[in-house]
Structure formats: structure tokens, C-alpha cells
Design a protein around this ligand. Structure first.
Ligand code: SF4
Length: 482
């Protein structure tokens, strides 16, 4: 166990996450004691300890520090703790002291503030201790995001998300609110009735506006039967004018849910992009994580989609799945390259409590080979003519790495950027879907905090969603475009 004793509450979040990133499998306890002398004390499992004292950090101690001093203290203390842990572990973390999930958002803010490339890279590397490679990667992605987002009216426009919370089976690492379709088959139409009601209501609220992007995700939307898919796509195109949408994505996802009939239904509508997600091309791993499909199913679904005219197909991979080596990843990448998708999203395994793996007590291990897997995936994407265009990190992510989306020119998933950078209102329909409304003017909450985004979450439970659909609709109406 590692114990952290902090003088100020302010330090606890960052220091906890830095310690956890170095020791993902270790229990970490922390206490705050305003009376203690060191700013932070760290007690390690081998009995050693480490202290950061006021006089060491070059900021004079004072009884009642103001916000500016507290911030300075926080970052200096975090840097010292990080450097100590990097020394003990004989190596630092690729993302340094950054604990947030959206490093590119920080760069976007700096770009918008007029900072130069040199200034941005310097502060990422020297202040946040990010590796030169990750600093360069985030800068490259932020610039590309900036350019892609300049094509939409972020302030006035909006995007639409529709969630289908069913999957052929539930993967062991999955923490999304998704249910096996076989259990729900009789009630899918009831779910669609509620979803249609919500879409009609949202369509009315958005009257006169046209979505910039539409994304149907989940879950696996192609678990719907062809008639149900037809009904859903028909309602979306009836309730929203998508004549100016830059993108209309359906995450077909699991190859075991994709049939020619369903793809033909999708082709009737102006869908521009689909996903066929293998996660890995290693059969023993697919079996282990509960994905009931074969490597050949992936190839078959991909070729079928190409034959039917889909010219923008994304594939998702996960680095760090149990038992996989860098050699397995190289083999997976070779098989993916043979298919040549238009975009590739590479996730580092994240195990959350809600996932089966999480409940079994598995934690993401610091995996010596993940770095190699992530690097090989990046080179593979570049060999296929793709460039990185979006990036995010998650907590509990294997090896403290990141998820990166790569795409060929003009094949990027713009919705993926919007959801990460929080630059546009996203109307979301379906169980567990989360609507984000960008306010024209920030408002002050009761605790004095200013906020510019309102989040409205639909209930995750499917039965509850159906039963409380009117309430789900009403809650959005209170905030939309007021
Ligand atoms: S296919 Fe995707 S959403 Fe469905 S269970 Fe697997 S990881 Fe979760």
C-alpha cells in the first residue's frame, strides 16, 4: 500500500493519479492534514518515504495562500512527486504530470490564445513533463482538429447522437451500458417506440437547424433487424434535415451483427461512414474476451461492405488485451493493412469497474509491450496513408497510454472530435445517451463555479428509459437554445 499525506486538499487529485499511474495495481490511501509540516509526504510499500517541503519549492510559505499561490504550489509539488517516482521507477510517464483525458484540448486553448508552436511544445515538455513524442503528437492532432472544426459552425450548429444499447454478446472489458440482444429481442420494438418519440421531440426542438454530424452508436446498432434499422434511419432523416451534414456514421461494430440485408438498408440512406470493429485479429483473444465471432467474420463483413459501396470504413483495435504480445499486435496490424480501412482507431485497454474484467478484480497492468504495440499501430496507420486526428486518454488505461484515431484525408470522424473537444451542442437520444448543451452565456452554479456546458444524461436502464421517456424529453427542452 502507498500512503499519501497532503497538507492541502488541492494536491490530492493530481498526486493520487500520478501515483496510480506509476503503480496501477497498488492500493493507494490518502489523507489531508492542514497541520502537517511537509506539503506532501509519500510512504512507499518498501518502507521508504519522500517529502516535499515549502522551503524546497521556492514559494515562500504563508498562512493564507491565495488562489495563484495554491496553483503554483500544486504544480510544483506534483512535479517533485513525479520526478521522485520517475527516479524510483527508472523512467517517467509518457504524459508526464497531465492527468486529464483531453490533452489536445489544452493545446487548442493555447492555439486559440495565439501561442506559437515553440511555446506550446516547450510548456508541454518543461512544465507538464510530457515526452517530446507525445507533445509533438498532441500538437499535430490539435492543429488537425482545429482545421476540421473550422468547417462547421460550432456555436450555432449541433450534432446528433443516437444510442442502440444492444450487442450480440457483452465483451469482458466493456463498461458501456449495453445488453445482450437475445435477452431483449422481444422488447426492442418497445425501445424503438420510445427512441422514436424522443427523436421526434428533439427534431421539433431543433426545427430550422441542420445537424453537422449524425452518429448512431451504442452498443451495436446493427443488432437491430433490417426492418428496425430501416425504421430508425427513416425517422432520423424525417425528423432532421441532414442535407448539410458533413458526416453520418453508423457504428456497425461487431461483425457478427452485420448482414448483407442490413448493409443494403443502410445504403438506402445518406450514411457516409461505418465501423467494422475487430479489436484484435487473434482468435484466442476474441474467444477470451467474449466476442462471439471469428477473424474470418471480420474479413467477410469488411469485404461485403466494400462491395456494397461503403467507401469510408473505420476499424477499432485495442492494445493490451489479456495475453497479447507485440507480435500478436503486429500480426493483427498486418491483417488490417491487407483490408485497408479508411480510418483506424487504436485504444489502449481500459478496465473500468462496470466491466466484467473490472468486477473480477483485473486491473490494467503496466505492460512493457504496450508501448511497442501503440508505436507499431501508429506506423501501420501511416503506412496506410492515415494521419492522427483525435486523441483522448481514459483513467485505468493500460500503461497510461492514450486512444488515437487515424484517418486518411477527409475520412476523419468529425463527431469523435466534437465529443472530445466539447466544441458543439450534441443532442443525444437513447438509453444512457448524454446530451451536452453549449450555453450561449456561461452561468454560475450555486457553489459559485461558472459553467459553459450543461450535461443531461438519459437513464441507462432500458426499461426505465422506456417508462420515463417523457421526463427524458422534458429535461432537454428546459435548456436547448434558450
Ligand atoms: S461490442 Fe462494443 S459496446 Fe458491445 S459489448 Fe463489446 S465493447 Fe461493449
Amino acid at each position: 500500500m502507498i500512503r499519501i499525506e497532503s497538507k492541502r486538499n488541492k494536491f490530492t487529485y493530481n498526486i493520487y493519479h500520478i501515483v496510480k499511474a506509476f503503480y496501477p495495481g497498488e492500493e493507494v490511501e490518502q489523507n489531508v492534514d492542514g497541520e502537517q509540516e511537509p506539503l506532501v509526504a509519500l510512504y512507499m510499500p518498501d518502507g521508504s518515504s519522500f517529502y516535499v517541503r515549502s522551503e524546497e519549492i521556492g514559494i515562500p510559505p504563508c498562512e493564507k495562500p491565495d488562489e495563484e499561490q495554491l496553483q503554483k504550489e500544486k504544480w510544483e509539488v506534483t512535479r517533485r512527486v513525479y520526478r521522485y517516482l520517475a527516479e524510483v521507477n527508472k523512467g517517467g510517464l509518457a504524459w508526464g504530470i497531465l492527468t486529464g483525458v483531453r490533452p489536445t484540448k489544452l493545446i487548442m486553448q493555447k492555439l486559440e490564445a495565439g501561442e506559437s508552436r515553440e511555446e506550446i511544445l516547450r510548456s508541454f515538455q518543461e512544465d507538464d513533463l510530457v515526452s517530446p513524442e507525445k507533445a509533438q503528437l498532441s500538437y499535430e492532432i490539435a492543429c488537425r482538429e482545429h482545421e476540421l472544426l473550422s468547417r462547421l459552425d460550432c456555436a450555432e450548429g449541433f450534432s446528433l447522437y443516437v444510442g442502440i444499447p444492444f450487442c450480440p454478446s457483452v465483451c469482458s472489458y466493456c463498461s458501456f451500458s449495453s445488453s445482450p440482444i437475445d435477452v431483449w429481442r422481444d422488447r426492442v420494438d418497445g425501445y424503438l417506440d420510445a427512441l422514436v418519440k424522443e427523436l421526434r421531440a428533439l427534431g421539433k426542438m431543433a426545427e430550422g437547424r441542420k445537424p453537422d454530424t449524425v452518429y448512431i452508436g451504442g452498443g451495436t446498432p446493427t443488432t437491430l433487424e433490417p426492418e428496425q434499422l430501416d425504421r430508425l434511419l427513416g425517422i432520423i432523416t424525417e425528423c432532421f434535415d441532414i442535407s448539410q451534414a458533413l458526416e453520418f456514421t453508423i457504428e456497425a461494430g461487431r461483425p457478427d451483427s452485420i448482414t448483407e440485408e442490413k448493409l443494403c438498408v443502410i445504403r438506402k440512406y445518406p450514411v457516409t461512414r461505418i465501423s467494422v470493429n475487430p479489436q484484435t485479429m487473434q482468435q484466442r483473444t476474441l474467444d477470451l474476451v467474449g466476442r462471439h465471432h471469428t477473424v474470418e467474420d471480420v474479413e467477410k463483413a469488411f469485404h461485403m461492405a466494400r462491395r456494397l459501396g461503403f467507401d469510408n470504413i473505420n476499424m477499432d483495435l485495442i492494445a493490451g488485451l489479456p495475453g497479447e504480445t507485440a507480435e500478436d499486435m503486429r500480426d493483427t496490424l498486418a491483417k488490417v493493412e491487407a483490408l485497408h480501412p479508411d480510418s483506424l482507431t487504436v485504444h489502449a485497454l481500459a478496465i473500468k469497474r462496470a466491466a466484467k474484467f473490472g468486477q473480477e478484480g483485473r486491473t490494467a497492468q503496466l505492460h512493457s509491450e504496450i508501448s511497442q504495440m501503440v508505436e507499431d499501430a501508429s506506423q501501420s496507420a501511416r503506412r496506410m496513408g492515415m494521419a492522427p486526428y483525435y486523441l483522448y486518454r481514459q483513467k485505468n488505461i493500460a500503461g497510461n497510454f492514450e486512444n488515437v484515431g487515424y484517418a486518411e484525408v477527409d475520412k476523419a470522424g468529425i463527431y469523435n472530435i466534437l465529443i472530445m473537444e466539447e466544441k458543439q451542442t450534441i443532442l443525444a437520444a437513447g438509453a444512457g445517451a448524454s446530451t451536452k448543451i453549449l450555453l450561449q452565456e456561461p452561468i454560475r452554479e450555486e457553489n459559485g463555479k461558472e459553467i459553459g456546458i450543461i450535461r443531461i444524461e438519459n437513464v441507462k436502464n432500458i426499461t426505465e428509459y422506456i417508462n420515463r421517456i417523457d421526463e427524458m424529453i422534458e429535461r432537454k427542452g428546459e435548456w436547448l437554445w434558450r
